[in-house]
Design a protein around this ligand. Structure first.
Ligand code: ZN
Length: 281
């Protein structure tokens, strides 16, 4: 349910700016210190005073991980259609929501797929952007992820998925839930081609995406501070009528229960990927 060519544009990393960068200073939510935004951006969006992580946009993630000037956007030229004619409680239609998200983020979609090099090794990366309707997975994200996996299988290069998502996109109803099955089935093409799939889960990786493609990596990493789970803590607690452990759905919890293979600090993610890629190739 995507329209080819309409409202689609390629991402040029250098030209994507943050709209919220007009103010020079920001207050850190952890240490409550005033910090200079430019310093925060230069520091991979980590608080220079206390080390707290602020969220990264998809272009920032790519800049953090890929070799300089190695990225090329190969996303399919599609944007979401509005199959249900969905209108929010506040009267905003799904199409308007997409248009607004495009304006605010400078991105065509909630996910960017591209070719890149990491430590000199070629990869296909797919990176979600939480600012774009919560990085939710609708038919476009499903198609882009499959497109990326197919390319990786064809070119026989590792596929890296970086998740930042609230889950399935309710505005597309059942079509968004179908993407869980679609991406999971498509993942087999990587396995058949014997191409490694590295899944990196960040804050947050939840619901429909966590319950499908994000959990199907050959290697799964959590960025330190990640939230990984299916349903919110309160809902689970009310349903099973039991208390949950303090660290439920944290990076540490995911590691101790075998959901991820390692928890990696943001500063070390690139080095960790280089180490893993060296092992595979
Ligand atoms: Zn701080």
């Amino acid at each position: 349910m995507a329209i080819f060519g309409k409202k689609y544009f390629k991402v040029e990393l250098d030209r994507v700016e943050r709209k919220d960068d007009e103010a020079l200073w920001m207050k850190c939510k952890a240490c409550h210190e005033l910090v200079f935004k430019k310093k925060v951006r230069e520091n991979n969006n980590i608080c220079p005073k206390c080390g707290e992580y602020f969220f990264l946009t998809a272009p920032e993630r790519i800049q953090l991980l890929a070799d300089p000037d190695s990225f090329e956007d190969i996303s399919r030229p599609i944007v979401a259609a509005d199959p249900l004619g969905f209108v929010d409680e506040d009267g905003q239609s799904y199409s308007e929501k997409i248009k607004k998200a495009q304006e605010e983020t400078g991105l065509a979609n909630e996910i960017i797929v591209g070719r890149a090099r990491i430590g000199g090794r070629p990869v296909i990366v797919a990176v979600m952007d939480f600012r774009f309707i919560g990085g939710s997975m609708g038919s476009v994200m499903g198609e882009q992820i499959c497109h990326g996996m197919e390319r990786a299988a064809q070119e026989r290069v590792p596929f890296i998925l970086i998740s930042a998502t609230g889950g399935a996109r309710m505005h597309e109803g059942i079509l968004s839930l179908m993407q869980m099955a679609k991406t999971s089935a498509c993942r087999k093409k990587l396995a058949d081609a014997r191409v490694p799939f590295i899944s990196i889960m960040t804050y947050p990786t939840t619901a429909g995406v966590e319950a499908s493609i994000a959990s199907l990596g050959d290697i799964a990493l959590a960025e330190k501070g990640a939230l990984i789970g299916f349903t919110g803590r309160r809902v689970i607690q009310q349903t099973i009528k039991q208390d949950l452990p303090e660290d439920f759905q944290t990076d540490r919890f995911a590691f101790e229960h075998g959901i991820v293979d390692n928890v990696v600090r943001r500063e070390s993610l690139r080095d960790e990927l280089i180490r893993i890629l060296k092992f595979f190739v």
